[in-house]
Every structure is written in C-alpha cells, then in structure tokens.
Design a protein around this ligand. Structure first.
Ligand SMILES: [Zn+2]
Length: 361
C-alpha cells in the first residue's frame, strides 16, 4: 500500500511537471509571436476593395513550429487557416524550423545547442523527432497535411506546378481557399546527409533555405561563427535541388553563400524573408548588390514585416522596403515574406494584410 501511494505521488509529480512545462511552451508561443496592435484592423473602403481583388502570396511563416492546430482560429500567434481566409491571402509558404540554438542572436551562433529538443519531448512527439532534424521536418509536414484534412477543404497543399494551376482555377470560383506550400529553414534539416533530400522532396517540400542561424555542413549563415560560403557538399545540394526543382532560399545565408549560389544557379533563387539595407541597415538585411544578383537569377525577394527587417513598427515601414526593392531589383522580383509566427513580434497578425495594400496605395 505504501509503495503504491509513493508510486501515485511520483506519477502526480511527473504529470504536474509535464503540465507546467507544456503550459510554458504555450506561454512562449503567445509571448514570442505577439502583435503590436490587436485586431480588427480597419482600412479605407477603397483599400479594402482593391485588396479583395488581389491574388496574394506570402513566402514565409513558421506557424508549424508551435503545436497549434492551424485549421481552427487560435487566440495566439499570427497565422491560421480562418485568419488567412479573412485576410484574402491565397498562398502561404509554411517553413519548418528544425533546430534553434540557445541565446539566438544576429552576430554569431553555433549549432552546438538546441532549444527544440526539450520542446519535442514535452509535446510527446515521436521519439525519432527527439534526435533527428529530418524527422522533425517530416513531422511538421505531416502536421500541415493534417491541418489541410481538418480545414473542411479550405487549406490545399500544393506540391507541383499542376497542383498550383488547379488550385488557382478553383479559387477563381471560390475565394475561400488558401494554398499551403512546404519550405525548410536551414539545410541542417538534412542531418548532414544529401541522401535525406529524397525523403523531404517526397514529403512535399518545395523550398529549402541553405542555412538558418548557424553554419552547417552545406552553407554558411549570416549569423554563424565562420559565415563561410558553399562547401563542396553544399554545391552538390544546390545542384540536386535544382534537378528536383526545389527552390533555393537564401534567407539567413552568409554573404559568401549568396555570392556562391547566385554564381552557380541555373534556376531562380528566392529570399523568403528579409529586409533591405537601403531602408534598414543591419546584419539580417540585403545590400543593393545582393538584391540585383538575386533578381538576375529570375528570383524574388520576400520583404519581412518585423522591426529588424523594416526598422519600423507599421505597414508604412513595410511599404517603404517594398518600394525600395522595386526600385533596385524591379517590380517582378519583390514578394511578401512576413515571417509570421517566426518568434518575432509583428505590427499586426495576418488579418491586417490590407494595411500593406493601403500603405502601398
Ligand atoms: Zn527566419
């Protein structure tokens, strides 16, 4: 009896500890993905009318990282399917983060530590995801498929040009649809093995950022320790991605990596979320020369919404960066790259998208 009682007490302590830890991950989501101004976001009738006629895509949101069901409206975070529909956003690239070093900063990080391992354990995810970053990417891809299943047909996973064409055709008749495309933030998600690309391709990933906050086996990061360029393995990865028609994303890449990739690319490369030094001069953002080099590949540059990207706190700052990029790179090479749910405080959640339309007007 005594032993049983002790067992019960240990069990209760474990359950209590786990609930508290889980509650803390939810609190972190709320705090790290906050907005400066809460909805609703009124705009002029003219801006709203124009906004409703636009076909809008966004190249970067980290919403899959936070263990929220995206099919239903959440009271935290910046993106989910109901809010994307309300915002008249037609397409969202959902990007997977698979490792996050401790004390993240813009200047110098290494891949020696990882904040995500504990989060995967606390969320009771499959044990493979505790140890493998490829497994984490595949798990998040499964979560997007799950959200699409639970969305009542409103979220459609797009994996090919054909998928996109038929989605756009359907959306002309029914604007209450949003497409999701899978991307990856940092090629460390391959666990150092080029061979893992096939599994990620098979899971539907169509865009891969070569480096995130630290240098990896393939490429250097703008925030890494060495900030090196493409390694021989990195060159092989870029070639293999091109042959599989997976887009190369240069967000967070070191200056050397950007030079190396734009020199060897035979297909368009993108920068999914960034600012531009012309309006906001810091380590995270792109120079005029880099904007031109990326545009020259036929690629697009996604302008971010948060303060490190825009040096501002509102839609006017985003519009300023968009306009600057149009002037330097050309109007065909500028995109939206919100970084919603990317552990950044944003001026608004996705339902404030028409504020950008109004600011651009
Ligand atoms: Zn990022």
């Amino acid at each position: 009896m005594r032993k049983f009682l002790a067992f019960l007490i240990v069990l209760a302590a474990l359950a209590g500890g786990w609930s508290y830890a889980y509650y803390r991950t939810v609190r972190m989501d709320s705090a790290m993905n906050a907005v400066l101004v809460a909805p609703p976001y009124p705009v002029s009738a003219r801006a709203q009318a124009l906004h409703q006629r636009l076909l809008i895509a966004d190249l970067h949101a980290d919403s899959l990282l936070w263990d929220r069901g995206l099919a239903t409206r959440a009271t935290r975070g910046q993106v989910d399917v109901p809010r994307l529909l309300e915002a008249n956003q037609a397409l969202q690239v959902f990007t997977v983060v698979s490792q996050s070093p401790k004390n993240l900063n813009l200047e110098r990080n290494t891949g020696d530590t990882d904040e995500l391992t504990l989060a995967y354990v606390i969320r009771l995810k499959p044990p493979a995801t505790w140890f493998s970053r490829t497994a984490r990417a595949l798990e998040q891809a499964a979560e997007l498929r799950d959200a699409a299943r639970k969305s009542g047909g409103h979220l459609v996973l797009v994996r090919s040009r054909g998928d996109l064409a038929s989605f756009l055709e359907r959306r002309r008749a029914n604007p209450h649809l949003v497409a999701g495309i899978l991307g990856i933030e940092g090629a460390h998600a391959l666990d150092g093995k080029l061979g893992n690309l096939a599994a990620l391709d098979g899971a539907g990933f169509r865009m891969i950022g070569l480096a995130h906050f630290f240098d990896n086996e393939f490429a250097g990061s703008a925030h890494g320790a060495k900030k090196h360029g493409l390694t021989p393995q990195g060159r092989a990865l870029v070639a293999e991605m091109e042959s599989r028609k997976i887009l190369v994303d240069l967000a967070h890449a070191s200056a050397k990596t950007i030079d190396d990739v734009t020199a060897m690319a035979t297909r368009p490369v993108v920068v999914s979320h960034t600012g531009v030094r012309g309006t906001c001069d810091n380590q995270r953002n792109l120079s005029d020369d880099q904007l031109r080099r990326i545009a020259k590949t036929g690629g697009v540059i996604g302008i971010g919404y948060w303060d490190v990207a825009t040096c501002g706190k509102d839609a006017a700052a985003i519009a300023r960066a968009i306009r600057y990029t149009v002037e330097v790179a050309g109007v065909d090479h500028v995109a939206l790259g919100s970084d919603f749910d990317g552990a950044v405080v944003e001026p608004f959640d996705v339902t404030g998208l028409a504020l950008i339309t109004q600011a651009l007007m």
